[in-house]
Write a protein that binds this ligand. Structure first.
Ligand code: DNO
Length: 389
């Protein structure tokens, strides 16, 4: 498997020369500065690619070519949005980038309630606490229906927290929940978030699914023609959030997506951490079932609590059997290679990492410190070496 590293471009505090020292061979990045829905122009793509090449890497994966919210909502000038998406894909392909990760999460990308939760050996990790999320939804946002989404003991704890919280605590919680959106994306305040949620009012999973099916039918044929691989990232956490239906959360969802447009270009980003946060998900089984459609992999682990909370564990501890996933993926690579596919190698990246040692001194994006990820990469490299021997 090809070792890659997520780099946020010129915004990133971690320089490509530092990434070199991790031993990673490829880069995962995006043109974060371009507003959602606009075309990624060839010259801009080429300039970023050349910067990556000059540092000794290939730009292996785009993460993400984001979807404008209108596509998920099924509103607005969809004809132009689909045309722009196809044009961006064509421009990327023309500049030699062929794998595109994206997600179909309404409004928010990944969601955590704490960005600096203490980890067992020192250092900190990202955490999702059910009661903090409940406190946010019920007490801060005032979303009435949220009371139906949590058990009473979680709601009681949420209210306790809220009553004891300072303005600073509430600000920090809002900031943590909004942090899954690096780059030039929208950050909502409470009023803005209420307004944004209203734009989805009345929509259910079936509506979002039909918008997703339309998107796939609009773009996958072009991806096929261009020899590109699209790969959807699972919802994180893999469940409805803020009353917004999420449709890329479990085995049934993924099976639905793969059959909604049955072609190799309609693929999956296997994110072990996202899928692993749902106790119903057997990540090893999902990997096994869809290995021929996995075009990109995020390796990460989570430790779950019974109430739906979870924390990001070290890469090789936690609830998911990462070596078992690696074993399946190495087998899949072998099968692709013997079928003579030039693109047999599957790029993966150590997804997230704890903040360790001097990491806090660099103001990196939450979940993306240098040393914590380097530790994860080194451990995963060891597993892959051992399994390939
Ligand atoms: C979090 C990431 C996600 C991912 C997007 C893909 O760290 O895994 O933000 O990049 O959901 O579109």
């Amino acid at each position: 498997m090809k070792e890659t590293w997520r780099w946020y471009g010129p915004l990133d505090q971690i320089k490509l020369s530092e990434v070199r020292q991790t031993g990673a061979a490829g880069i995962v990045t995006a043109l974060h500065e371009i507003p959602y829905g606009e075309v990624w122009q060839r010259t801009t793509i080429a300039k970023r690619r050349d910067k990556i090449r000059d540092a000794g890497f290939e730009w292996d994966v785009v993460e993400s070519l984001p979807l404008h919210e209108d596509i998920k909502r099924g509103t607005g000038d969809l004809t132009s949005l689909f045309a722009n998406y196809r044009q961006s894909m064509a421009n990327l392909a023309a500049e030699g980038v062929h794998t595109i990760c994206y997600n179909f999460m309404p409004l928010l990308d990944w969601t955590r309630t704490e960005l600096n939760s203490p980890a067992a050996n020192g250092g900190t990790c990202l955490r999702f606490s059910a009661f903090r999320m409940a406190a946010f939804e019920i007490c801060m946002l005032g979303r009435a229906e949220a009371e139906n989404d949590y058990p009473t003991d979680v709601i009681a704890k949420a209210c306790e927290w809220y009553v004891a919280s300072s303005e600073e605590d509430q600000k920090e919680l809002l900031n943590s929940i909004m942090s899954g959106m690096p780059g030039a994306y929208d950050r909502f305040d409470i009023v803005g978030l209420r307004r944004a949620l209203d734009t989805y009012r009345g929509m259910d999973a079936a509506d979002i699914r039909s918008n997703y099916r339309r998107f796939l039918h609009e773009v996958v044929p072009t991806a096929q023609d261009l020899g590109m691989r699209l790969c959807v990232h699972p919802d994180d956490p893999p469940r409805d959030i803020l009353g917004l239906p999420r449709i890329v959360s479990d085995a049934d969802d993924i099976a639905w997506i793969m059959s909604a447009y049955d072609a190799p270009a309609n693929g999956l980003t296997l994110c072990s951490g996202s899928l692993g946060a749902n106790p119903e998900n057997d990540v090893v089984d999902i990997t096994h079932k869809h290995s021929n459609r996995i075009h990109f992999v995020h390796l990460r682990n989570v430790r779950k609590d019974p109430d739906g909370s979870f924390e990001e564990a070290e890469h090789l501890s936690g609830d998911t059997n990462i070596p078992a996933l690696c074993h399946i993926l190495l087998g899949e690579e072998k099968a692709r290679k013997s079928a003579g596919r030039p693109d047999w190698q599957i790029p993966f990246r150590p997804d997230h990492g704890h903040e360790l040692l001097t990491d806090p001194q660099k103001k990196t994006f939450p979940g993306y410190p240098l040393i914590g990820r380097l530790r994860g990469l080194a451990e995963l490299r060891g597993v892959l070496h051992a399994l390939s021997a």
